[in-house]
Ligand binder design. Structure first.
Ligand SMILES: Nc1nc2c(c(=O)[nH]1)N=C([C@H](O)[C@H](O)COP(=O)(O)OP(=O)(O)OP(=O)(O)O)CN2
Length: 203
């Protein structure tokens, strides 16, 4: 079974080398929508794939870092990068170009790492990231599956190569969150006592 949670943010970028002139030469913004799809074949104690509320912790925080920020490819011209950093307190440096395709891959890789670094506490069994859809406009989106995320022919995205500005980090609930992810310090979901005994068939 799949579940899906939607996140939204506003972001500015240039996508170098693309075919659309408006896109390659001019800084422009999008109202992004990101769909995170999780998959499991058994339920937690609440008879859910994964509680939507749990997706409003670290996963939401990391996506929200992109809100009102400018993203640039770390291979872009040094002058442009310096300018972006000077005039925007909120910036994210990406190891790939900020196309919808690469946004979906980058979010897949980060969210996959977050889930693998999370100690589940409510009987979640095999919950895994299925795919990430990044909507750039009302009419265009890219969907990344696991095989795409880790496909070197599409470019390598190492967690450490996605760099968030100090301001982006400072606005997280835990400003050290990304550092913890990089160092594999686990995120621990809160355990609550069961109210009704569970059986094997339904969590
Ligand atoms: N495959 C991709 N194509 C394009 C991307 C992309 O990330 N992946 N990005 C762009 C631009 O960022 C552009 O702003 C969006 O393109 P487009 O869909 O043409 O935008 P419109 O606002 O014109 O959308 P309409 O709904 O068609 O009016 C270009 N291509």
């Amino acid at each position: 079974m799949l579940i899906r949670k939607l996140f939204k943010f506003e972001n500015a970028h240039i996508v170098r080398n693309c075919s659309s002139e408006r896109c390659r030469y001019s800084i422009h913004g999008h109202s992004y929508k990101v769909e995170v799809l999780l998959e499991a074949h058994a339920f937690d104690h609440g008879q859910m794939v994964y509680d939507f509320g749990l997706m409003k912790g670290t996963i939401r925080d990391v996506i929200d870092a992109f809100d009102h920020a400018i993203c640039f490819w770390d291979k872009d011209e040094a002058d442009y990068i310096a300018w972006a950093k000077r005039y925007s307190a909120r910036w994210i440096s990406m190891p790939v170009s900020p196309s919808a395709e690469q946004f979906s891959r980058m979010f897949f890789i980060i969210i996959d790492a977050i889930l693998q670094n999370t100690r589940m506490a409510n009987g979640e069994q095999d919950v895994a990231l299925h795919s990430v859809i990044a909507h750039e406009t009302e009419t265009g989106y890219a969907q990344c599956f696991r095989a795409d995320a880790y496909n070197p022919r599409m470019g390598n995205i190492a967690l450490a190569d996605v760099v968030f500005s100090e301001q982006c980090q400072a606005e997280w609930k835990d400003p050290a969150m990304y550092e913890k992810l990089l160092h594999k310090q686990p995120f621990i979901n809160q355990a609550l006592p069961l109210q009704v005994p569970v059986d094997d068939a339904a969590g």
